[in-house]
Write a protein that binds this ligand. Structure first.
Ligand code: HEM
Length: 464
């Protein structure tokens, strides 16, 4: 039988048990009643919820293959229809994932590495912030621009100026899309897709914005097609087009235009707002905790100094900064209920029976906020990642990128971005806030599949 859970109403499922404050709150309340593995009905569809690191590891790692499917997200399913690396399943996902991982790795060898690209972007950002002359600004836009530019550089081999209207429009769309995907509306759509899809609403706006991003990608792809040099693919799209050409006679090939556009779209969705939201939370937390900021800057001055660019090699010599970045990720808890999985075959788990295709939510938040592993789970406390001697240590329950076969494909990219952007900015600027630390509010703008940070103002004052 399925794991226990509240009795569902016909068609409506467990709508009465859903908390306005979001999926995590709803799951938290049910977990107290039904235990660490329970079932909830989102409309007429059952979903299994995994709470605590132990349950997630037993599923995603110990039974990795069985739990490697991607689950449904009702509002987004009609867009991807099982294509593109995030939402594909089966052979299609395996091929696209292997291809994407290889391309990202290749950029580290021989060609201009990802580290080089991030460093260059960090310098552009420093120049841009110098122009602000210490005025208060909302950093969200610029953080979005730098993370989007890294994806643009990988897929299109070009970055955009921060004033370029094409970049501005792309960022506007990605931001709006992210906010909708994190909203309460998206959670309601999960429960009532059959009804809501027949009426115009937020989802209609969402689809038209996604179409615009797709048009932008398609135009770029067509430009690449015209200039393609078979002897030297220069970016993700070139490499994909060459594989398309190589396999053009294979009717089973996964390398077709739809998978190309949807994989690039997935990289924008998965790799832009996630990293930039973490940076926003990071700066908010540093403004709220000036003592921590001071210690990070002291470490930067000691290890890197003022006259050279930070590099990834510095990280191993900077345990405090590393601990702060981990604590920023832990505390900001960006993807609290994980991205839904599904089981790809009938599966036995902890004495229950999970039929093939059932959705599974690994509640990442339950690991990141676990009081058995983090002394002060609800406090921003870099000490969570330091031992008594001040060395960096990482508890195994630190899983903001999830685990198992669907582990975030951009983990290493995201970690490099967080380290290089944060250290470069703090090497060059001191920070100012219009609010006193105790008045800085950390409440996210939404609390659904993601937790977008609140809007805030900060100023960057040159340190030298
Ligand atoms: C701080 C930043 C980031 C966080 C917290 C994050 C977190 C996650 C999480 C929780 C998942 C779901 C894993 C699962 O299904 O269990 C995921 C998947 C994914 N992420 Fe990230 N991510 C971040 C940045 C990035 C970046 C920069 C990229 C760019 C390449 C990226 C690409 C992906 C892709 C392609 C997937 C889908 C993997 C698959 O389904 O096989 N992510 N990420």
């Amino acid at each position: 039988c399925l794991p226990p859970g509240p009795w569902p109403l016909p068609f409506l499922g467990n709508v009465l048990q859903m908390d306005q404050k979001g999926l995590l709150k709803s799951f938290q309340a049910l977990r107290e009643k039904y235990g660490d593995v329970f079932t909830i009905y989102l409309g007429s569809r059952p979903a299994v919820i995994l709470w605590w690191y132990e349950a997630m590891k037993e599923a995603l790692v110990d039974q990795a293959e069985a739990f490697s499917g991607r689950g449904h997200i009702a509002i987004i399913d009609p867009v991807f229809q099982g294509t593109g690396v995030v939402f594909a399943n089966g052979k299609s996902w395996k091929v696209l994932r292997r291809f994407s991982v290889t391309i990202m790795k290749d950029f580290g060898m021989g060609k201009r590495s990802i580290e080089e690209r991030i460093k260059e972007e960090a310098q552009c950002l420093v120049e841009e912030l110098q122009k602000s002359q210490g005025a208060y600004l909302d950093p969200h836009f610029l953080f979005n621009a730098i993370t989007a530019n890294i994806i643009c550089s990988i897929v299109f081999r070009e970055r955009f100026n921060y004033q370029d209207p094409r970049l501005l429009q792309l960022l506007h769309l990605l931001n709006e899309i992210f906010i909708i995907l994190c909203s309460f509306y998206t959670q309601m759509f999960e429960i009532f897709p059959g009804i809501l899809k027949h009426f115009p609403g937020t989802h209609t706006r969402l689809y038209s914005m996604i179409e615009e991003v797709k048009d932008f990608i398609t135009e770029n792809m067509e430009r690449h097609q015209k200039m393609l040099d078979p002897s030297g693919p220069k970016d993700f799209i070139d490499s994909f087009l060459l594989r398309m050409d190589k396999e053009r006679l294979d009717p089973e090939s996964e390398f077709h235009q739809k998978n190309l556009v949807h994989t690039v779209l997935s990289l924008f969705f998965a790799g832009t707002e996630t990293s930039s939201s973490t940076l926003c939370f990071g700066f908010l937390l540093l403004l709220k905790n000036p003592g921590v900021l001071e210690k990070v800057q002291a470490e930067i001055d000691r290890v890197i100094g003022a006259h050279r660019l930070p590099t990834l090699e510095d990280r191993a010599k900077m345990p405090y900064t590393d601990a702060v970045i981990h604590e920023i990720q832990r505390f900001s808890d960006l993807v609290p209920v994980g991205v839904p999985h599904s089981v790809i075959k009938d599966t036995h788990f902890r004495g229950y029976y999970l039929p093939k295709g059932i959705t599974v939510y690994p509640v990442l938040s339950s690991a990141l906020q676990d009081p058995r592993h983090f002394e002060k789970p609800n406090t921003f406390y870099p000490g969570h990642f330091l031992d008594a001697q001040g060395n960096f240590r990482k508890p195994e329950v630190f899983i903001p990128f999830s685990m198992g076969k669907r582990l975030c494909l951009g983990e290493s990219l995201a970690r490099s971005e967080l380290f290089l952007f944060l250290t470069t900015l703090l090497q060059n600027f001191s920070l100012g806030s219009p609010k006193a630390p105790e008045d800085i509010d950390l409440t996210p703008r939404e609390n659904g599949l993601g937790r977008p940070p609140p809007l805030f103002q900060v100023r960057f004052l040159p340190r030298r």
